[in-house]
Design a protein around this ligand. Structure first.
Ligand SMILES: Cc1ncc(COP(=O)(O)O)c(C=O)c1O
Length: 403
């Protein structure tokens, strides 16, 4: 008898994976490094800074005090209140503490919202380029992703009129991510107002506004969609501590939304994972209550790197780059290089190009196809300045070789 193999028993949903290309590229980069090759990596989607020391100290102190037990499912009351104040003061949003739900990362807050709203067959609008986890979460809920694409010339923002034209009776949710991963785009007030106009005319539509890169902003203003007139009841705002406070490994995010939705989301989370980590919530209280010098210092460093990236990419012919007002990502369009050759090696897709840049030029990047755009490449500048400079030089040198 053949040995038992569980593979044939796996549910179809278990085949979904959200970070295939990113994981594949970082893994390959690690393998080459292990072989002794000098690889400069721009793949990683998290701050290269460690969590500020005062936040670490607050977590240690909380553990010492014995705050190591289960927390209430929706989060500790003091943190929910502190976040309600933060949303009011910084984002002009009016939420009661009871409408805020802490989760194990913004990722779980997003999953809570999608699972709470989407029935099988409901359509969810994704604005491409988009963070690929959205699509997986929608599919897990049985929803149907409807993808609308914006080009580099549109600064990667789908105009409201195109959104309006694509809405159907089945569209229930639109995923908005500003500032955006992977493009760094930020929606302006008039752009958000035009979207709100569309939402007003479509009574079944909710908007999930993912604002996790809020503090990594260089130019212009960041605005919360839910702060627009009438949108408080039509939106769910998601945010977290991962990017702003360099706390990716701590797993703490949150949502703010109308009470019945907040209650439903907490109920689902109760069944899946229960409350977020108790001492991390104490550390988050300290993060919110302390001066933001560390956050500002990180933002300043990202901005200097953004400038380096824009200068370096700006000097590469035939490459198209939209402004990068926020985040630590650049998303250049390299469409003009696809089809070109290095010797006999044809760059027949962006994956081939990224593989070749890694193998031949020692620079690791992520193909834009992982985010819905097969003409682009994502470069993360959440990496030290020396490594970044080296990576950019190799990237430019690689492209220059293609004819
Ligand atoms: C757009 C976006 N939303 C949410 C998240 C998830 O954040 P968290 O670490 O809080 O789960 C990420 C992480 O890469 C992201 O890029």
């Amino acid at each position: 008898m053949a040995p038992f193999d569980v593979t044939s028993l796996l549910a179809r949903r278990a085949a979904q994976s959200d970070e295939g290309a990113i994981v594949r590229m970082s893994q390959r980069a690690r393998e080459l490094k292990a072989k002794g090759q000098d690889i400069a990596s721009l793949t990683i989607g998290e701050p290269d800074f460690d969590t500020p020391a005062y936040i670490q100290a607050a977590a240690t102190e909380a553990m010492r005090k014995g705050l190591t037990h289960y927390s209430p499912v929706a989060g500790i009351p003091e943190l929910r209140q502190a976040l309600a104040r933060k949303l009011k003061e910084e984002n002009g949003l009016d939420y009661a503490a009871s409408e805020i739900v802490l989760a194990n990362g913004a990722k779980q807050a997003i999953a809570n919202a999608v699972l709470a709203l989407i029935e099988p067959g409901d359509e969810v609008m994704l604005l491409s380029p988009y963070w690929v986890s959205y699509e997986i979460t929608v599919r897990l809920a049985g929803g149907v992703p409807v993808i609308l694409k914006a080009s580099v010339e549109e600064n990667f923002k789908v105009p409201a009129q195109r959104i309006k034209a694509a809405l159907t009776d089945k569209t229930k949710l639109l995923m908005l991510n500003s500032p955006n991963n992977p493009t760094g785009a930020v929606w302006t007030k008039p752009e958000l107002e035009a979207l709100a106009e569309v939402v007003r005319d479509h009574p079944r539509l909710m908007v999930l506004s993912d604002e996790i890169y809020e503090y990594i902003l260089f130019d212009g203003k960041m605005m919360s969609f839910a702060s627009l007139p009438g949108m408080r009841e039509r939106a769910i705002t998601v945010n977290g501590f991962s990017k702003s406070f360099a706390m990716t490994g701590w797993r703490l995010g949150y949502s703010a939304g109308p009470a019945p939705l907040a209650v439903a989301m907490a109920r689902l989370q109760s069944g899946l994972t229960a409350g977020a980590n108790s001492f991390v919530q104490q550390a988050a209280l300290t993060a919110l209550a302390s001066p933001r010098d560390c956050v500002e210092e990180m933002r300043r460093r990202y901005q200097a790197r953004r400038d380096m990236v824009v200068t370096a990419l700006g000097a590469i012919p035939d490459l198209r780059l939209a402004p990068i007002p926020a985040t630590f990502y650049a998303f250049p369009n390299v469409g003009a290089y696809l089809g070109r050759k290095a010797g006999n090696h044809v760059m027949d897709s962006v994956e081939t190009l990224c593989d070749w840049l890694l193998e031949e030029h020692g620079v690791a990047t992520v193909p834009g196809s992982a985010f819905g755009d097969p003409d682009c490449i994502r470069l993360s500048f959440a990496t030290g300045e020396a490594e970044l400079a080296k990576a950019l030089e190799r990237f430019a040198k690689g492209l220059k070789r293609l004819t």
